[in-house]
Design a protein around this ligand. Structure first.
Ligand code: ADP
Ligand code: MG
Length: 246
């Protein structure tokens, strides 16, 4: 069976800047894959290329065996590609429940109505936000907005979920909760690509890690080999993880 997601020689230039450069990456169904790299490495741009926010300058993106290089974000959503945003952006004047139902609507899963709302409530229960379902999204704390992003992603009924720094700014018990949720989502069979700075999270969750540096994919492998990879240590990790992992 072919890979769920396949990037072949994908680049994205902004003027003279090569934000993503010649990336080849194949993601199998059911994988939980970590995407790491320094700030400005091109991680979010890569997610934008996969979800049709920015078209690739060159190269090809395939999803479930289909060429989706030129797709629009709503087409990505309908195909089963969902993403969370690094900068969380709920509709502030809508309730938490309406935000989740709107995500389902965007993915074309259902029309707005009682059924959409009960499905949305189910996702809110899953992430632990059922109590605030009727609250305006603008009033949520950062940790709650991150969980709302997860619920919105799930409401799109994705095959592939792209998580862009869902743990940034959370405290350690909030991160533990998020880890439990992400593991439960993976257990449902959703393929996950997670952009994450916290190595604790990446090492806990991911069976494979890929590393971007200056837009180029410089390494791909199992966590233990990545933390020992000389280029990765040099570009991003420093010595601490190689030493700590024994
Ligand atoms: N829409 C854009 N227009 C111009 N430059 C951009 C745009 N988006 C990202 N960049 C640039 O591309 C590079 C990679 O950014 P980004 O993908 O956000 O990195 P990361 O998520 O790894 O921190 C950065 O130099 C950034 O300034
Ligand atoms: Mg980013």
């Amino acid at each position: 069976m072919s890979a769920l997601l396949q990037l072949s020689g994908v680049s994205r230039h902004f003027g003279g800047l090569k934000a993503v450069s010649g990336v080849d990456l194949s993601v199998e169904r059911g994988e939980v894959i970590g995407l790491i790299g320094p700030n400005g490495a091109g991680k979010t741009t890569l997610v934008n290329l996969i979800t049709g926010v920015h078209p690739a300058t060159t190269g090809k993106v395939s999803f479930a065996g289909k060429d989706v290089t030129r797709q629009k974000p709503w087409q990505a959503a309908r195909r089963g590609i969902a993403r969370t945003f690094q900068i969380v952006q709920p509709f502030p004047e809508m309730t938490v429940l309406e935000n989740v139902a709107a995500a389902a609507l965007f993915a074309g899963g259902m029309a707005y109505g009682a059924h959409a709302e009960s499905a949305a409530l189910e996702h809110l229960r899953f992430v632990g936000l059922a109590d605030v379902a009727a609250t305006r999204a603008a009033t949520l704390t950062l940790a709650m907005r991150k969980r709302l992003e997860l619920a919105k992603g799930l409401a799109m009924n994705p095959q592939l979920l792209l998580l862009d720094e869902v743990n940034a700014g959370l405290n350690s018990s909030e991160i533990d909760h998020a880890l439990t949720l992400i593991r439960a989502i993976a257990a449902r069979g959703v393929t996950i690509l997670i952009i994450e700075h916290l190595m604790k999270v990446v090492l806990n969750l991911c069976s494979r890690i890929v590393v971007l540096h200056h837009g180029e994919l410089i390494a791909s492998g199992d966590p233990q080999s990545i933390v020992r990879d000389a280029r990765v240590v040099q570009a991003y990790l420093g010595r601490r993880y190689a030493d700590a992992s024994g």
